[in-house]
Design a protein around this ligand. Structure first.
Ligand SMILES: [Zn+2]
Length: 105
């Protein structure tokens, strides 16, 4: 595995950076331009290092336009036909997630 000069695995550093970027996006959520920028940086790192985002991280932004979701602000959450429907109020992208019992997905 690739390592930095200090011998720390690059993937580990990348994972930390992604966490930091998501935290910053949340902190700066009143500034949609800035938080979207943090999200796009985090996604860039995850793609380059082929790191998976956590379930929580994946749900926190719009996959289509990259907006950081603030529920009630730019995200509409509805339950319909046994699915949770997330609608991005910025671009109108809709994500449906089936509700399953006793699973962690
Ligand atoms: Zn969107």
């Amino acid at each position: 595995m690739a390592r930095s000069e200090k011998g720390v695995p690059v993937k580990q550093i990348s994972r930390e950076r992604i966490q930091i970027l998501f935290r910053l996006a949340q902190e700066k959520r009143e500034n949609p331009v800035l938080s979207a920028r943090y999200i796009s940086l985090a996604r860039e790192i995850s793609m380059r290092q082929r790191l998976r985002l956590s379930k929580q991280q994946k749900r926190s932004f719009c996959r289509s336009c990259g907006t950081y979701f603030v529920p009630g602000e730019n995200l509409r959450v509805r339950v319909q036909h046994g699915k949770v429907v997330y609608t991005c109020q910025e671009c109108g992208n809709v994500v449906r997630i089936p509700i399953r019992k006793n699973t962690n997905r």
